[in-house]
Every structure is written in C-alpha cells, then in structure tokens.
Design a binder for this molecule. Structure first.
Ligand code: PEP
Ligand code: MG
Length: 873
C-alpha cells in the first residue's frame, strides 16, 4: 500500500484534491510542485498511516519504513546532498498537517539530520561555524521540546546561565565557541529529562519525529479542539518531510520575499526585498537592511528572470496577486511559500482591472475574489500618507467609527468649531459625546473625536453619513471642558493643539500627519460597473439633504432608503420654529409653529426629489424624543425665552417636563405622531406638496412615507389614516396627485413578531436594525460603549452587534418579519436602513433572507454594492 507521496522537481504524486489523504499542507505542496514551482523537494506520509499507527498499538504499517527511506533518497537526488553525510549534508523539516488546520498538533521541527559530524560539514559549507552550531543547538531544543516533551524552559535556563557566564545580553553575542559549549549543555539537559542520549543517527531522529506527529493527533488539545468544532470523520494527520534549503551558503545564496505586483499601487512589477547570504530569520530580525528586488536583476540575473517567470505562472494558476517567500541556495531558486498578497484598496482595484484586461481573470472572478468591500472604503476617504510613521505618537485608541484620516486643531465646542472654521482653520471637534445641537460644529470639523459612545452613537452615525472621519468612545482620553484640555495618559492636549485621527483604525495621534486625498479614478468606475452586472440586491442610501442625495447618486445609490427628517430641524432658524412647536401649550399654537416649519421641510424635500429623480425616496416621519430639540444650558434657555417672548420659567419648566428616564423607550417615534397628529399632517403635507409640484415640473417622483417605531397594527393604522386624509386634501388643493406608499420601520421586536398583521396596513417594511438591536439585546445604543469593548475582548460577544448584524438573534427577527410580512402581502417591499446596511457580512445576510434592498450612508454605497454582488456570486 502506498503511504508516501513524493513531490519536487516540478512533479508530484499527489494533487490539491487529496486533502483527506495528504492534509491541507501536503496537498498544497504537491499542487505547487506539480504546476512547476521549485519548492524544496520532499514527501508526505498519508493520514492512513497515522490511523494505522493508532489502531495498531503505535506500530507502523508494513512497508512504511521502506517508503520513507525511498522518500529520503528522492530528496537526496534532487538536492544533490545526502542525509547524514558530513561532506554534503541534507537536512529536513518535519511538520504535521491535517485536512483541516487545527491547533494542538505538533509544531515544526527544523534542521533535522544534524549530529556531531554533520554540524562540522554544515559549518564548512556555509563557511560559518557560528551559524552551524546555532542551528544545532536550536535543533536539540526544538527536537527535545516538540518531539520528546522536554520543556523549552529547561533549555532557556541553561542558555541564560551561559549568557551570564559570558557576560552578554543577547543570544547573537554568543560566539561559535560558546555555542559549542551550549550544544554540550543542551545534550545534557536532553539526557537528564529523557533518560537517553541525544540520537546521533539521522534516521532515528526522523522516525522519532514522525511518531511524535502521529501522536500529536491524539494530544489532549487536538482532541478537545475536534470535539468543540465537531470535526469528525478524519483519519488522522499527514506528516510532511521536506528538504531544508539555506540562503546563507555564500554570495550566490540569499533569501527574500516578493509580491508579483506592487501591493501599494497595484503596478505590474516584482516588488519586495532580499538579503544576500542570509537566512529568513535575518530578514525578520532587521539587523541587516534588505535590498530591493530590482537590484537582484544585477546581482543574480538568472534568478531574477526565473522569479519573473514564476510570478506569471503563479498568477495564471492562482488567479490572484501572490506574495512569495523564496530562498536561493548556491544559485538555485526555491519557492518556500506562496499566498494571496495583502494589498491596499488602490492596488486591489487596479490589479482587478488590469488582470481582466490582461485576460488573466474574467470580470466575475475579479468582482468575486480580487477586491474586498473594505478595500473600497480606503478609496473613498483621505488617508495618511504613511501609516507606519506615527505609531509612537498614538496617544489613545477608540472605536473606528467613521473611516478616513483627519488632521486639525483641537476644539471642544461646536460653536468654536464653526468659528474657527470660519477663520479658515482646520479643526478636530473633541467631545465627550455629541448631540443633535452639535451638528453645525461637527460639519465644520475635519474629524470628530468622542470619549464616550459606540458605533451607533450620534457622532458615529452622523459622521459616517457625511464620510467624515470619526473616532468614538475613546476611553483613553479624559476631557475637561472647563480648562479646554484633554488628557491621554501623561499627555495633556490643549485647545488649538494639532492632532490627527484615523477613523479606520480608531487611533488618536499627537501632531500633524500628512494626508493624501482620494481619487475615484477610471479604474474605480470601471470596476464598479462590473460589480453592478453581478448584483441583484438593491442598494439605497440614508440621506437627509439634497447634497447628501447627490453624493449618494454619484456613489451609485438607487434610491433613498431613509431620510431622517429631524436632522433638517437643526439648521438656522428652523430650530427656533421647532422649539416654538414643542413649547406650544395649545393646539392652535402648535399648528402655528408647524406652519412655519412646513416651507422649510417642503424646500428640502423638493431638493431631494429633484436629486433623486426617477428613484424611490423613503421619508421617515419625526422620530426622536422632543427633549433632544430643546436647549439645556441656562444661557440658551434665556435666549430662547427672549426670542419667543415668553418667560424663561416656561422654557425651563417645559425642559423639565419633557425629561424622561429612558428617552429611547419614551415618547418618540410614531408615539409622537399619534399624540400630536398635526406633526404627521404637516410632514405629509410637506412631502406630498413637494412631490406634486415637482411632478408638475416634469420630475418623476416616488415618495414613500415611513412611520417609525411601530409595534402594533393599530399604531400604523392610525398614522396611515392621518397620512391618507392629508394626502387627499393636498391632492385636491393642487388639483393633481402622485402615487405614494405608506410603510413602516420594523425596529421594535413586537413588530417583527406580528409582521403579518402589520403588513395588512403597511405597504413596505424597512428594518431599523439600530433600534431593533438595542431593543432585542436590551443594550442602550448610546451607553453600550462602556461594556461592549470588554465583551468583545473577552469573547462574550464575537462582534459589536451595532456594527455587524447579530444574525443568530436579531437576524431571526429580520427573517421572521420578512416571511410573515410577505405571507400577508406578497408584494411587500422589504429593506434595511440600520447601520448594518453598509456592513458587508450583514449585506450578505440580507441577500440570503431575500430583502429587496439595503440602505446605508452615501460613503458606504460602493461597499454595499460590492458586498451585494459578492453575496450573489
Ligand atoms: C434604526 O433604528 O435602525 C434606524 C435606522 O433609525 P435611527 O437610527 O434613526 O433610530
Ligand atoms: Mg430607529
């Protein structure tokens, strides 16, 4: 029976489909070898051999030993060296490798085959005695630890003692003589703890190592891992034995890493670095400065040519840009590893487009595999020129609440932000948290930093909507509004000091970093066109203003999924009319105040309908608790009293009266429109007057009026009645009508549970997964920042549920709501407009559940488009 599969020399007995028999690593090595990559030769012992070993009291099956010896002869031939031959020694590595990678299996043993004679040969061939003995002592340590179970610590103790004796600090300061001594002492440690001498026979070393791999299959950790992850039906682990190659055998040897294309720009060129006469560790240790790959062209032209050829071969085979580790041993090139290379967003898009143009991949593959949604995020925002340059100046870390980089001078109030901006300064607004009153200052700022609040805090949501960088919930900083300073550890930052924030990573950086602006180049546009060819799920946007609407259309939005009307009330004089409405003590007064708001609202809607001509626009009726619109500090309350010509006590009393213990669960959403139907009337009027007028101007309009926070059928019925009665009035007055829909948000769990009833009244659903998450978990959106980071760090939660949809829990409600709603009304349009609409994993879930569209902030529209296409492919 065949237990050993050989590879090397551009051939292999196995292939990539033999994972069960050869393990993942073995199958991959066979594949690489078979396509002609010069991997160091070797062989794989099958998982069947491992199974036999365990079933037969730790014995090898008949024929295995002979096949292993043949395998070694195969390596010897290809390497032109011999196992155990001091003149020309072959050393090998031994690794485990099951069909599924799992922890608890045996670690790698390197340099197997060294003994007292071989080490001398190795010293001669590398012309480096120190290296040879260092390899030897590492081998004894690794073999003792990994194969024989002698704790690494015992070896470390001896090493530390020797360093003390020699009066040195670093391992690298030990010379060859010292290392020889260390080898003697390591062998003594080995003898003490195993009761036998260190094996000098390379075959004995090899057999012991193979047995150790077999045994590790049944180690406690491995067994446990398989139990937990329900991994069943595997025979055992395979064992990979492979030639060691050395990059430190003189000036015709070396080692390096190289990308098949430039991972920063996407340019088609070999990109990477190498060291002559060095081992992989030397590159990592950073003691010597590596040379750029382009210099290899002069130093070893044949190797460079070969690398170029292999780069093409690899890309054609793997259909992706590759990141290669290579070693040159005496002029001969070996590829140690290849994998899909990490790259920047700019590079990802360029590589995808180029590979299609070069005929390497088709559009479908490019869309599915070559660009990640997160890559697009980088393309749409300014970035720091050098992300590695500032790591020592990071003074705090918060949530990456809104991506992109921003630089500015610190201010602590929204008013200051606006005032400084008016003077032509760039500012970062630093607040404990933000509220709707701050939007002016937030807009004026380059970026926003808060010390409290989560991914759906006000600051985060608003900033994302504008594509403005924001770091939220940065508990590392302590703000003192009185002195206009904040403290981060020992650092005190004053008003006017420069800071930089990275909204993609959550870093807060002291000082002024250099920025580069995004460019939506031709490649981006072409790639996004392909994305839409493979997409079935609709993508809309959450936009509250005509400007945002226009931006979102540029980004490819197919409609507005959520227009939060309250955001319009904070601009200019509108807030005054809004406050007048709230402070009204009679219906007449309230109606009078609402009448002042009407023209503003209508104007906004006209602007939005115009920008979105021909596309659906979902407008949500007033949602937040009224308290949020009132001024809370004394000075502002006085100003308001003066402006409205009423006693300040009245203002104060009203603020007091509107205070709620739990505003998120209080008088908000449709509860407002039901208790004050005149608000719904005014908003409906504004929407439909605008719609009819634009229709008359020849603009195609599709208004969809959305009622928030509905939990019962009666609520939506009530609001629908108010909306319809108002609509009829408007249509009559205007002598014209438009088609419109009335729908509801599903953001209260009860609405999802009773979706069948609600769908009798609602013509569309939009899942408000921010509130739905808040109410399903019982986590306050605005306070969860206090414990969520701890939860995630300690794996109580896998992800922030306000960021990526909790598919297991909240997802059930989305699925159920959709199914039950459509059972009543098969034509029901269903979307999502919570923050999750722009999160790739959540988009995939929405596709799977069968939603009609996702809606997200304008800057996330391209991301959602790509995620939607990938979900479909
Ligand atoms: C939601 O709750 O998911 C939603 C979109 O509404 P808001 O964030 O405005 O509460
Ligand atoms: Mg909501």
């Amino acid at each position: 029976k065949k237990y050993v599969y050989r590879f090397g020399g551009g051939q292999a007995e196995g292939n990539k489909d033999m994972r069960d028999l050869l393990g993942g690593k073995g199958a991959n090595l066979a594949e690489m070898s078979a396509i002609g990559l010069p991997v160091p030769p070797g062989f794989t012992i099958t998982t069947e051999a491992c199974a036999y070993y365990h079933e037969h009291g730790d014995r090898w099956p008949e024929g295995l030993e002979e096949q292993v010896r043949e395998g070694i002869r195969h390596i010897e031939q290809l390497m032109g060296a011999r196992f155990g031959d001091p003149e020309n020694p072959l050393l090998v590595s031994v690794r485990s490798g099951a069909a599924i990678s799992m922890p608890g299996m045996m670690d790698t043993v390197l340099n197997l085959g060294i003994n007292d004679q071989v080490v001398e040969g190795l010293a001669r061939r590398t012309n480096n005695e120190r290296f040879a003995y260092d390899a030897y002592r590492r081998f004894i340590d690794m073999f003792g630890d990994v194969v024989m179970g002698v704790k690494h610590d015992y070896f470390e103790e001896v090493l530390d003692a020797l360093k003390k004796e020699k009066g040195v600090k670093e391992d690298t300061e030990l010379d060859a003589e010292a290392l020889k001594e260390l080898v003697r002492r390591y062998k003594e440690v080995y003898r003490q703890h195993t009761g036998s001498l260190f094996p000098e026979d390379p075959y004995e070393q090899l057999y012991k190592a193979i047995n150790a791999v077999f045994k590790s299959w049944n180690s406690e950790r491995a067994v446990k891992y398989r139990q937990i992850h329900k991994i069943r039906g595997l025979l055992g682990t395979a064992v990979n034995v492979q030639a060691m190659v050395f990059g430190n055998m003189g000036e015709r040897s070396g080692t390096g890493v190289c990308f098949t294309r430039n991972p920063a720009t996407g340019e088609k060129e070999l990109y990477g670095e190498f060291l002559i006469n060095a081992q992989g560790e030397d590159v990592v240790a950073g003691i010597r400065t590596p040379k750029s790959i382009s210099e290899l062209k002069q130093i070893m032209p044949e190797v460079y040519e070969e690398l170029l050829r292999l780069a093409e071969l690899l890309e054609r085979h793997y259909k992706n840009m590759q990141d290669i580790e290579f070693t040159v041993q005496e002029g001969k090139l070996f590829i140690l590893q290849t994998r899909n290379g990490k790259r920047t967003g700019v590079a990802a898009v360029k590589i995808a487009v180029d590979m299609v143009d070069e005929g390497l991949v088709d559009k479908k593959t490019a869309v599915r595999d070559l660009v990640e949604p997160a890559h697009l995020d980088q393309l749409l925002h300014p970035r720091f020129k050098d992300e590695t340059a500032y790591k020592d100046r990071v003074i705090g870390r918060g949530l990456p609440a809104s991506p992109g980089a921003a630089v500015g001078q610190v201010v602590f109030t929204a008013e200051d932000a606006e005032a400084w901006k008016a003077q032509g300064k760039r500012v970062i607004l630093v607040r404990v948290e933000t509220s709707p009153e701050d939007v002016g200052g937030m807009h004026a700022a380059e970026g926003i930093l808060t010390s409290r609040g989560g991914m759906t805090s006000h600051a985060a949501v608003v900033a994302r909507g504008w594509g403005k960088p924001c770091v939220a919930g940065c508990g590392d900083i302590v703000i003192d509004y009185k002195t206009k300073t904040f403290r981060a550890g020992d650092v005190v930052v004053k008003e006017g000091d420069w800071i930089s924030i990275n909204g993609s990573t959550g870093e807060v950086i002291l000082g002024k970093e250099e920025l580069v602006e995004p460019s939506l180049s031709g490649d981006f546009a072409r790639f996004m066109e392909w994305v839409d060819e493979f997409r079935t799920l609709g993508v809309r946007t959450n936009a509250d203003t005509p400007q945002d609407a226009r931006k979102s259309v540029e980004f490819g939005a197919e409609g507005i999924g959520l227009c939060r009307t309250e955001h319009m009330f904070f601009e200019g004089d509108r807030i005054l009319a809004m406050r007048e409405m709230i402070l009204a003590s009679t219906l007449e007064e309230r109606k009078a105040a609402l009448a002042k708001l009407l023209p503003y609202q209508k104007e906004d809607f006209r602007g939005i309908f115009r920008e979105m001509a021909g596309k659906p626009v979902t407008i949500r009726l007033l949602d937040p608790p009224l308290h949020e619109f009132l001024p809370h500090d004394e000075k502002e309350q006085e100003e308001l009293a003066r402006a409205l010509n009423i006693p300040v006590e009245t203002v104060r009393a009203k603020v007091e009266a509107l205070k709620e213990f739990n505003p998120m669960l209080g008088h908000r959403g449709c509860r407002l429109g039901i208790t004050y139907p005149e608000i719904t009337e005014m908003q409906t009027r504004a929407i439909l007057e605008a719609a009819v007028e634009l229709k008359q101007e020849g603009v195609e309009v599709h208004p969809e009026i959305m009622v928030p926070l509905v939990g019962t059928r009666e609520e939506i019925e009530h609001q629908r009645r108010v909306i319809e009665e108002t609509a009829e009035k408007v249509f009559q007055e205007k002598g014209d009508r438009v088609d419109y829909l009335v729908g509801t948000m599903i953001e209260v769990p009860r609405a999802a549970l009773l979706a069948d009833q609600i769908a009798e009244v609602a013509e569309f659903f939009s899942f408000g997964t921010n509130d739905l998450t808040q109410l399903t978990f019982g986590y306050s959106r605005d306070d969860a920042g206090k414990f969520l980071p701890y939860y995630i760090e300690n794996k109580i939660l896998k992800d922030d549920p306000f960021q990526t949809l909790d598919q297991e829990g909240v997802g059930q409600l989305v699925r159920m709501g959709t199914e039950r709603g459509r059972a009543t009304r098969p034509s029901l349009k269903v979307g999502i407009c919570g923050e999750h609409g722009g999160d790739p994993a959540s988009v995939a879930f929405c596709y799977e559940v069968g939603l009609d569209y996702v809606s997200c902030s304008p800057f996330r529209v391209p991301i959602a488009r790509l995620a939607a296409a990938q979900a479909h492919l």
